[in-house]
Design a protein around this ligand. Sequence first.
Ligand SMILES: O=C(O)CCC(=O)C(=O)O
Length: 275
Amino acid sequence: MFAPADFAENGVAVFPDAVDRQSLDSIRVHIRHLVDEFDPAGVRTVFSTGDQSHGRDEYFLTSGDKTRFFFEDGVLDDAGDLLVDKHQSLNKIGHAMHDLDPTFSAFCRSAPFEQATRAVGMLDPLLLQSMVIFKNPEIGGEVTPHTDHTFLWTEPQSVIGFWLAIDEATEENGCLWALPGGHLIPAKSRFSRTPSGDATEMITLDDAPYPDNGWVPLPAAPGTLIALHGTLPHRSAPNVSDKSRLAFTLHCIEASAEYPADNWLQRPELPFRGF
Ligand SMILES: O=C(O)CCC(=O)C(=O)O
Protein backbone atom coordinates (compact mmCIF):
# COMPACT_ATOMS: atom_id res chain seq x y z
CA MET A 1 0.00 0.00 0.00
CA PHE A 2 1.23 3.51 -0.93
CA ALA A 3 4.14 2.41 -3.10
CA PRO A 4 6.72 5.07 -4.04
CA ALA A 5 5.74 4.58 -7.71
CA ASP A 6 2.28 5.96 -6.86
CA PHE A 7 3.53 8.98 -4.90
CA ALA A 8 2.36 11.49 -7.52
CA GLU A 9 -1.17 10.06 -7.27
CA ASN A 10 -1.39 9.53 -3.49
CA GLY A 11 0.96 12.16 -2.05
CA VAL A 12 2.15 9.54 0.42
CA ALA A 13 4.63 6.67 0.08
CA VAL A 14 5.58 4.01 2.61
CA PHE A 15 9.04 2.42 2.75
CA PRO A 16 8.82 -0.61 5.08
CA ASP A 17 12.06 -1.73 6.79
CA ALA A 18 13.92 1.30 5.48
CA VAL A 19 16.12 1.72 8.56
CA ASP A 20 17.67 -1.32 10.26
CA ARG A 21 17.33 -2.20 13.94
CA GLN A 22 20.93 -1.36 14.79
CA SER A 23 20.63 2.17 13.38
CA LEU A 24 17.31 2.65 15.19
CA ASP A 25 18.88 1.49 18.47
CA SER A 26 21.85 3.83 17.99
CA ILE A 27 19.68 6.86 17.28
CA ARG A 28 17.41 6.03 20.22
CA VAL A 29 20.45 5.94 22.53
CA HIS A 30 21.65 9.26 21.10
CA ILE A 31 18.24 10.89 21.63
CA ARG A 32 18.22 9.67 25.24
CA HIS A 33 21.69 11.16 25.69
CA LEU A 34 20.54 14.55 24.30
CA VAL A 35 17.64 14.58 26.77
CA ASP A 36 19.98 13.56 29.61
CA GLU A 37 22.18 16.55 28.76
CA PHE A 38 19.26 18.97 28.31
CA ASP A 39 18.91 21.44 31.19
CA PRO A 40 15.24 22.46 31.35
CA ALA A 41 15.95 25.47 33.61
CA GLY A 42 14.82 28.60 31.82
CA VAL A 43 13.11 26.82 28.92
CA ARG A 44 9.37 27.50 28.87
CA THR A 45 8.35 26.89 25.30
CA VAL A 46 5.44 24.51 24.80
CA PHE A 47 4.92 23.25 21.25
CA SER A 48 1.22 23.19 20.47
CA THR A 49 -0.18 22.62 16.99
CA GLY A 50 -3.55 23.69 18.38
CA ASP A 51 -2.97 27.35 19.28
CA GLN A 52 0.53 27.70 17.73
CA SER A 53 1.47 29.67 20.88
CA HIS A 54 5.18 28.83 20.33
CA GLY A 55 5.04 31.16 17.29
CA ARG A 56 5.44 34.14 19.62
CA ASP A 57 8.52 32.76 21.34
CA GLU A 58 12.01 33.92 20.48
CA TYR A 59 13.24 30.44 21.58
CA PHE A 60 11.13 28.89 18.80
CA LEU A 61 11.66 31.63 16.22
CA THR A 62 15.45 31.32 16.41
CA SER A 63 15.49 27.51 16.47
CA GLY A 64 15.80 27.00 12.70
CA ASP A 65 19.57 26.74 13.02
CA LYS A 66 19.75 25.28 16.54
CA THR A 67 19.07 22.14 18.54
CA ARG A 68 16.24 23.11 20.89
CA PHE A 69 13.80 21.34 23.18
CA PHE A 70 10.04 21.96 23.27
CA PHE A 71 7.68 20.78 25.99
CA GLU A 72 4.27 19.19 25.81
CA ASP A 73 1.32 21.27 26.94
CA GLY A 74 0.56 20.87 30.66
CA VAL A 75 3.97 19.63 31.87
CA LEU A 76 5.05 22.95 33.49
CA ASP A 77 3.53 24.50 36.59
CA ASP A 78 2.90 28.25 36.93
CA ALA A 79 6.45 28.77 38.16
CA GLY A 80 7.80 27.02 35.08
CA ASP A 81 8.91 23.91 36.96
CA LEU A 82 8.43 20.46 35.48
CA LEU A 83 5.48 18.46 36.78
CA VAL A 84 6.72 15.22 35.19
CA ASP A 85 10.02 13.48 34.59
CA LYS A 86 12.18 15.34 32.05
CA HIS A 87 12.25 12.28 29.80
CA GLN A 88 8.45 12.27 29.62
CA SER A 89 8.00 16.02 29.24
CA LEU A 90 9.12 16.78 25.71
CA ASN A 91 7.05 17.22 22.59
CA LYS A 92 10.02 17.53 20.26
CA ILE A 93 13.64 18.50 19.60
CA GLY A 94 14.32 20.66 16.53
CA HIS A 95 15.26 21.96 14.06
CA ALA A 96 18.83 21.71 12.72
CA MET A 97 20.32 18.56 14.24
CA HIS A 98 20.94 17.31 10.69
CA ASP A 99 23.66 19.95 10.32
CA LEU A 100 24.79 20.65 13.90
CA ASP A 101 24.95 17.20 15.44
CA PRO A 102 27.42 14.76 13.81
CA THR A 103 25.35 11.70 14.80
CA PHE A 104 22.19 13.14 13.29
CA SER A 105 24.04 14.48 10.27
CA ALA A 106 25.32 10.97 9.46
CA PHE A 107 21.91 9.43 10.20
CA CYS A 108 20.04 11.89 7.95
CA ARG A 109 22.60 11.58 5.18
CA SER A 110 22.48 7.77 5.21
CA ALA A 111 21.12 5.73 2.30
CA PRO A 112 17.51 5.27 3.51
CA PHE A 113 16.74 8.99 3.52
CA GLU A 114 18.63 9.82 0.35
CA GLN A 115 17.11 6.88 -1.53
CA ALA A 116 13.63 7.85 -0.36
CA THR A 117 14.07 11.41 -1.68
CA ARG A 118 15.02 10.00 -5.08
CA ALA A 119 12.22 7.43 -5.05
CA VAL A 120 9.62 10.18 -4.69
CA GLY A 121 11.19 12.22 -7.46
CA MET A 122 13.28 14.86 -5.70
CA LEU A 123 16.01 16.12 -8.04
CA ASP A 124 18.40 18.16 -5.89
CA PRO A 125 17.18 17.86 -2.29
CA LEU A 126 18.38 20.14 0.48
CA LEU A 127 17.93 19.14 4.12
CA LEU A 128 15.84 21.87 5.71
CA GLN A 129 14.46 20.71 9.04
CA SER A 130 14.92 17.77 11.42
CA MET A 131 12.78 16.91 14.42
CA VAL A 132 12.66 14.22 17.07
CA ILE A 133 8.96 13.80 17.88
CA PHE A 134 8.39 12.10 21.22
CA LYS A 135 4.61 11.53 21.58
CA ASN A 136 5.27 10.14 25.07
CA PRO A 137 2.81 7.74 26.76
CA GLU A 138 -0.28 9.49 28.16
CA ILE A 139 1.31 12.93 27.55
CA GLY A 140 2.04 13.13 23.82
CA GLY A 141 -0.35 15.66 22.31
CA GLU A 142 -2.45 15.81 19.18
CA VAL A 143 -1.02 17.11 15.90
CA THR A 144 -3.89 18.91 14.20
CA PRO A 145 -4.55 18.48 10.44
CA HIS A 146 -2.01 20.44 8.45
CA THR A 147 0.28 20.37 5.46
CA ASP A 148 4.01 20.92 5.67
CA HIS A 149 3.96 23.46 2.82
CA THR A 150 2.00 25.73 5.18
CA PHE A 151 5.04 25.88 7.48
CA LEU A 152 7.92 25.31 5.05
CA TRP A 153 6.78 27.31 2.02
CA THR A 154 8.81 27.38 -1.18
CA GLU A 155 8.07 28.79 -4.63
CA PRO A 156 7.17 26.55 -6.30
CA GLN A 157 6.01 24.14 -3.60
CA SER A 158 8.73 21.54 -3.04
CA VAL A 159 8.89 20.38 0.57
CA ILE A 160 8.55 16.67 1.27
CA GLY A 161 8.52 15.24 4.80
CA PHE A 162 10.24 11.94 5.60
CA TRP A 163 8.77 10.54 8.81
CA LEU A 164 10.52 7.58 10.47
CA ALA A 165 8.97 5.30 13.09
CA ILE A 166 11.56 4.59 15.78
CA ASP A 167 8.98 2.93 18.03
CA GLU A 168 6.06 1.03 16.59
CA ALA A 169 3.29 3.53 15.76
CA THR A 170 -0.27 2.24 16.11
CA GLU A 171 -3.72 3.80 16.26
CA GLU A 172 -3.52 3.44 20.05
CA ASN A 173 -0.31 5.42 20.53
CA GLY A 174 -0.98 8.07 17.89
CA CYS A 175 0.25 6.96 14.47
CA LEU A 176 0.05 9.33 11.52
CA TRP A 177 -3.20 9.73 9.60
CA ALA A 178 -3.26 11.14 6.07
CA LEU A 179 -5.70 12.02 3.31
CA PRO A 180 -4.36 10.20 0.22
CA GLY A 181 -4.77 12.34 -2.88
CA GLY A 182 -5.38 15.40 -0.70
CA HIS A 183 -2.09 16.91 -1.87
CA LEU A 184 -3.99 18.00 -4.98
CA ILE A 185 -6.01 20.43 -2.84
CA PRO A 186 -4.26 23.83 -2.89
CA ALA A 187 -2.70 24.99 0.40
CA LYS A 188 -5.30 26.42 2.78
CA SER A 189 -2.96 28.47 4.96
CA ARG A 190 0.52 29.85 5.30
CA PHE A 191 2.43 30.26 8.58
CA SER A 192 4.92 33.06 8.19
CA ARG A 193 6.74 35.83 10.04
CA THR A 194 5.02 39.15 10.47
CA PRO A 195 6.73 42.09 8.71
CA SER A 196 8.60 42.93 11.95
CA GLY A 197 10.06 39.41 11.86
CA ASP A 198 9.68 38.79 15.59
CA ALA A 199 6.28 37.09 15.54
CA THR A 200 4.36 34.73 13.31
CA GLU A 201 0.90 34.65 11.80
CA MET A 202 -1.27 32.02 10.17
CA ILE A 203 -2.62 33.47 6.94
CA THR A 204 -5.81 31.77 5.72
CA LEU A 205 -5.90 31.20 1.97
CA ASP A 206 -9.05 29.06 1.90
CA ASP A 207 -11.20 28.56 4.99
CA ALA A 208 -13.08 25.48 3.72
CA PRO A 209 -12.08 22.52 5.91
CA TYR A 210 -10.51 19.34 4.54
CA PRO A 211 -13.03 16.56 3.87
CA ASP A 212 -13.85 14.36 6.89
CA ASN A 213 -13.90 11.24 4.74
CA GLY A 214 -10.97 9.48 3.14
CA TRP A 215 -8.46 9.77 5.97
CA VAL A 216 -6.41 6.61 6.54
CA PRO A 217 -4.23 5.58 9.49
CA LEU A 218 -0.60 4.86 8.71
CA PRO A 219 0.47 2.35 11.37
CA ALA A 220 4.20 1.78 11.10
CA ALA A 221 6.62 -0.82 12.41
CA PRO A 222 9.96 0.49 13.70
CA GLY A 223 12.17 1.38 10.75
CA THR A 224 9.29 2.29 8.43
CA LEU A 225 9.85 5.56 6.57
CA ILE A 226 6.83 7.48 5.29
CA ALA A 227 7.15 10.24 2.67
CA LEU A 228 4.50 12.98 2.82
CA HIS A 229 4.05 15.42 -0.05
CA GLY A 230 4.18 19.05 1.11
CA THR A 231 0.50 19.65 0.42
CA LEU A 232 -0.70 16.30 1.80
CA PRO A 233 -3.02 16.82 4.81
CA HIS A 234 -1.88 14.74 7.77
CA ARG A 235 -2.44 14.63 11.52
CA SER A 236 -1.98 12.42 14.57
CA ALA A 237 -4.03 11.77 17.69
CA PRO A 238 -2.81 12.19 21.28
CA ASN A 239 -1.03 9.21 22.78
CA VAL A 240 -3.50 7.96 25.37
CA SER A 241 -1.75 4.60 25.64
CA ASP A 242 1.09 3.47 27.90
CA LYS A 243 3.36 2.90 24.88
CA SER A 244 5.91 5.36 23.61
CA ARG A 245 5.67 6.52 19.96
CA LEU A 246 9.11 7.97 19.27
CA ALA A 247 9.58 9.24 15.69
CA PHE A 248 12.03 11.29 13.67
CA THR A 249 11.24 13.51 10.74
CA LEU A 250 13.37 15.16 8.08
CA HIS A 251 11.99 17.78 5.70
CA CYS A 252 13.70 18.39 2.37
CA ILE A 253 13.19 21.05 -0.29
CA GLU A 254 14.43 21.40 -3.86
CA ALA A 255 17.57 23.49 -4.30
CA SER A 256 16.00 25.18 -7.33
CA ALA A 257 12.99 26.48 -5.36
CA GLU A 258 12.90 29.96 -3.83
CA TYR A 259 12.94 29.94 -0.01
CA PRO A 260 11.06 33.03 1.27
CA ALA A 261 12.67 35.39 3.78
CA ASP A 262 9.44 35.48 5.78
CA ASN A 263 9.23 31.74 6.42
CA TRP A 264 9.35 31.11 10.18
CA LEU A 265 12.40 28.85 9.78
CA GLN A 266 15.47 30.92 8.98
CA ARG A 267 19.14 29.93 9.07
CA PRO A 268 21.06 33.21 8.77
CA GLU A 269 24.46 31.66 9.38
CA LEU A 270 23.91 28.07 8.32
CA PRO A 271 23.52 27.61 4.56
CA PHE A 272 21.30 24.72 3.43
CA ARG A 273 23.16 21.55 2.51
CA GLY A 274 22.21 18.45 0.57
CA PHE A 275 23.01 14.77 1.14
O1 LIG B 1 4.70 12.79 14.35
C1 LIG B 1 3.58 13.28 14.27
O2 LIG B 1 2.65 12.87 14.97
C2 LIG B 1 3.27 14.36 13.27
C3 LIG B 1 4.46 14.80 12.50
C4 LIG B 1 4.13 15.83 11.48
O3 LIG B 1 3.02 16.20 11.28
C5 LIG B 1 5.19 16.39 10.65
O4 LIG B 1 6.35 16.04 10.80
O5 LIG B 1 4.86 17.21 9.78
